[in-house]
Every structure is written in C-alpha cells, then in structure tokens.
Design a protein around this ligand. Structure first.
Ligand SMILES: Nc1nc2c(c(=O)[nH]1)N[C@@H](CN(C=O)c1ccc(C(=O)N[C@@H](CCC(=O)O)C(=O)O)cc1)CN2
Length: 307
C-alpha cells in the first residue's frame, strides 16, 4: 500500500500513479488571488464585498463550516454577516430574513447552510435568494443558466472540482468523465460543468445497475455519494484522475474520529494517475470558491448581469 505521506518518485517511462492533488494548497493560492480582487474592487467602487451566511439549528458539522466561512471571508478582506437561528425557526421567519438580506445593499452574497432542519422546504428557501446574490448557485435561475452553458453563479464544490481538474489536466475536451452521485448540490452541476468543458459525461446514481462498468471507462472520475469507501480499485481505470467529494467522520483508534472520503484512498491511489485526498482535497476548495462567487456577485450588483 502506498504511504500517503511519502515523497513522490516518478521514474522516466513509468506511468505516474497516485499523485495527490493538493486542494489545500490550491485553495490557499486562490484565496490570495481573491484578496487581491477584493482590494481592486474597493479601489474601483469604494465598496467592500459582503457575504451573509445563515445557519438554522445546531448541526455540529454545519457550525464548523459556517465558522470557517466567516473566518475566511474576513481573511480575504470581505465583510461577513452571520445569522445563527434556532432549530425552532419557522420557514416564514427564514424567508423574511432572506428578503431583508436581498434588499440590503451591503450584502452581495447570501448562503443558507445545508442541510436545513426537517420540515423546511429547501427549494423554496433557495429560490427566495436574489439570483444575483445566490453564491451557492443552487436557485433555479443559476441552475438553469448552468444547464444552458450561460455564465452565472456556479455551486461551490463542483466549481472547486473543475478548477482542480483544469489545473491538473489542462483542456478537458474529449475526455470521458463519470460522475457518481446525482445530487443538486454536487453531482448534477458537476456533470453540467464537465459537459460544458467538452467532456463525454455519464452520471451513475443509486439506481444505476453495475456502476463499475461505467466508472472503469472514465478518464475523470468524480465521486459524490456520501457512502464512505464505496469506490475501490476495481472501479477505476489505470491512470484516471479521481476526485473524491465525500467527507464522512468515522471512529478511529483510541476513541478518536477521522475524516474519510467515498474513495478507498490507498487501494485506488495504486491505480489512479492522480487523486484528491480527504481531508485536504475538495473540501478547502468549497469555501475558497464561495469567496470567489461573492466577488463575482459583488461585480454583478455593480457592473450588471452576465450576457
Ligand atoms: N449551502 C451549502 N451547504 C453545504 C455546502 C455548500 O456548498 N453550500 N457544502 C457542504 C459543506 N461544506 C460547506 O458548506 C464544506 C464541507 C467541507 C469543507 C472542508 O473544508 N473540509 C475539510 C475538512 C474540514 C474538517 O476538518 O472538518 C477537508 O475536506 O479538508 C468545507 C465546507 C454541505 N453543506
């Protein structure tokens, strides 16, 4: 089994195997670039982009994510507005808050953290966000623009995956891509982004019979199922680029816990050409892309809608 911490040695003539794609380092570079964009935006318009993040309830993982979002928003020089609402919040109250944030000129991006408490209509809430402030890209206007190949705000995790893929592989045109998982948050927008890049795209989902038959043909394999360790070496074409979106906390030794992905890292790294680790792969890109979308949204509010 490969040692995940060992330095890479590539011998001339041998195909590269299991190169780790460092999402943490890529996200750090992106944040640096965004910090520069924020300064330039302020110089041009005299305005600092602002991001509002809304959390309903007290899901522990969501609390960590929204705290990190606020922290990183500040770090790149933007304004952060946090709204922590109790689990008992009524849908109507949340919709009123979204309306207030839509009307607030100091706020350029709005995000409602998912999952929402049971009984709330996520679609209704997502669609209540002004499409120009929809930094999650999950509303019907931005989802429709993505499906038509038009510019708009794109969901953060798939956007981050695409950035990693383009930086690793360059032009993706003509490559065979398989996305495992068909969620609105990741799988569907990921498939559309890859299609818009000229890939031949298949989507495997819960009802797909023999998904391995599809995934074994993939040059690019993106896995977003939430089933830890689902994808083993027999799912992967030798030399493929594997992007693991899954992130599950499981018990580890000595009463501790650890994060794992949907891909069995060690065995797949022995076959794949390149692979994202968990943690340190796609996760950090999600928040960096949220910051990037907030700058894009601020530009939209002052410079108009994309064509
Ligand atoms: N409204 C949204 N809700 C949720 C989204 C989203 O994009 N919009 N995505 C996920 C959670 N998420 C951001 O909200 C997120 C997940 C993971 C990470 C991350 O940095 N992970 C690190 C590990 C962090 C840790 O130690 O726990 C990594 O993978 O290296 C950031 C953001 C669901 N909800």
């Amino acid at each position: 089994m490969p040692d995940q911490t060992a330095p890479e040695t590539v011998t001339a003539g041998t195909p590269e195997r299991g190169r780790r794609i460092d999402g943490k380092a890529f996200a750090a570079g992106l944040r640096k670039q965004i910090a520069g964009d924020v300064v330039a935006f302020h110089e041009k318009h005299g305005i600092t982009p602002g991001l509002a993040v809304v959390l309903v309830g007290n899901d522990p993982a969501s609390e960590v994510y929204v705290r990190n979002k606020a922290l990183e928003t500040h770090r790149v020089g933007m304004r952060s507005f946090m709204h922590m609402l109790p689990e008992t919040t009524k849908e109507a109250e949340l919709l009123q808050l979204v309306d207030r944030l839509n009307a607030d000129p100091e706020i350029h991006g709005i995000l409602v953290q998912l999952p929402l408490p049971k009984g709330m209509d996520g679609r209704r809430i997502t669609n209540a966000i002004d499409p120009k402030k929809d930094v999650d890209g999950l509303g019907e206007v931005n989802a429709g623009r993505l499906s038509l190949g038009l510019p708009g705000l794109v969901p953060c995790t798939p956007l981050g995956c695409l950035m990693l893929l383009k930086s690793e592989l360059g032009n993706l045109r003509g490559l065979n891509a398989v996305v495992v998982g068909a969620s609105n948050l990741v799988g569907k927008p990921m498939a559309l982004l890859l299609l818009n890049e000229g890939c031949t795209v298949s989507v495997a989902h819960i009802d797909t019979v023999n998904p391995q038959a599809l995934t074994r043909m993939a040059d690019i394999l993106v896995v977003a199922t939430g089933v830890s360790g689902l994808v083993g070496r027999d799912w992967v074409k030798p030399g493929a680029t594997v992007i693991d979106v899954g992130i599950t906390r499981i018990p580890a030794s000595a009463g501790k816990t650890k994060l794992v992905g949907d891909v069995a890292f060690d065995e797949v790294a022995a076959v794949a050409g390149r692979i994202t680790p968990v943690p340190g792969g796609v996760g950090p890109m999600t928040i960096a892309c949220l910051l990037q979308n907030t700058v894009t949204a601020a530009r939209l509010s002052l410079e108009g809608a994309p064509d």
